[in-house]
Write a protein that binds this ligand. Sequence first.
Ligand code: UGA
Length: 430
Amino acid sequence: MRVAVIGLGYVGLTAAVCLSQAGHEVTGVEADPERLARLRELRLPFFEPGLLEGMTGALRSGRLSFAGDVREFGDPLDAAIVAVGSPQLPSGRADLSQVTAALQSLEALPLAPRLVMLKSTVPPGTSRRMLARLGPALARRYVYSPEFLSQGTAVRDWQAPARIVIGTDNKELLGEARELLRGCEAPWVVTTPTNAEMIKYAANAFLATKVSFVNEIANLCDDVGASIDDVVEGLGLDPRIGPAFLKAGVGWGGSCFPKDTRALANVAVGHRRSLPLLEAVITVNNRQPVMLLGAIHGSLQRVAEPLVAVGGLSFKAGTDDTREAPSRTMLPELIAQGYRVVAWDPLVACEVSERVFPGVTRAETFEQAAAGAHLVLVLTDAREIVGADWGAISRQMQAPKLVVDGRNCLDATFLRAVGLNYRAVGRAAS
Ligand code: UGA
């Protein structure tokens, strides 16, 4: 098929690369001239494992190209995927201007594509409203198919999804959708656009709920002298619960969970409904970094000129994305407290950390960041942090030699054996 993918963020670019690998002739459309120029120079605007190699191969094969506007196309398109951003407005509502602009650009084509698939996350009811405004040629071709790609595993998630959700009023489009997504073996959920939109928000809200739930239980474990690791093992083996997304720690962040949970809460407000469970999920998450900050302040009270080393600036390991990362809450607080802060991250570029974390010194390695520190704060379970030479780090740290493990990723027994004090979330009994 001849396919256009509009919006080359991590979803659109992953889609463009994987679709061309599946044999389609794909043009990635990116409105931001700077991003477009970078892509043409084979430079990714973000880190995503396997994507650069895939993109290079796809460009070489001639099945992938880039354009600045969908209207540059001469030949008719078989399919168009819209994967532009739907960021949050200050009011909490999703900003759909990029989605609207992308659909309008498709409407302006002399011949409508056979299939128009929206992938951007949009609040329930959005497709319905947009369909009412779209011309009939495009409306007949419209499918809402939410994406479930996680940063760090996006390519794998595209190629082997857990499910494919197709929301459409026109079941005749299923043939085109199957042709477009050939090679992605997964159960299909065929439903209405509004249901598909709801599935996306409900999935992210449920996953965020699991993490907030386990964090709440972990905090209580600390009070009652239980170990969250053992509790989670016992919980996760129940197939009705499952072990995924039960890792306690500093809380969830990133470009999806915070935005999508707030957007869902906002949708409820629009319907004069409160969602007390979702609100609590958000509140619990906001408290996690604050709780760890309290522990840090408490343990550094008597230290003159405290030096804090931070391992991991992104919202999770395996990505360079710092959007709504716990580091964004915690580092300014540490600086405001008058601590010296040295940070390290394997993927976040130095210019980004200088801009995002003013006042924080950047180290070359994790070990270098920890040298001389009174406290090490671990904010991602990056391989280099988990596998660091903790014996050497212990020898170079200063009292109280405290490691605050915001990801419950370190071996408490080993760290204590090498002379470190250790604090995590729900592991007081470990
Ligand atoms: C999430 C969803 O997992 C994807 O399915 C979805 O497509 C994507 O959002 C999106 O809406 O685009 P992502 O934001 O990349 O993907 O990250 P996750 O791996 O889901 O992690 C989210 C946050 O939860 C991270 O901060 C992570 O550290 C935290 N987390 C996750 C925990 O604290 N504990 C866990 O057990 C799991």
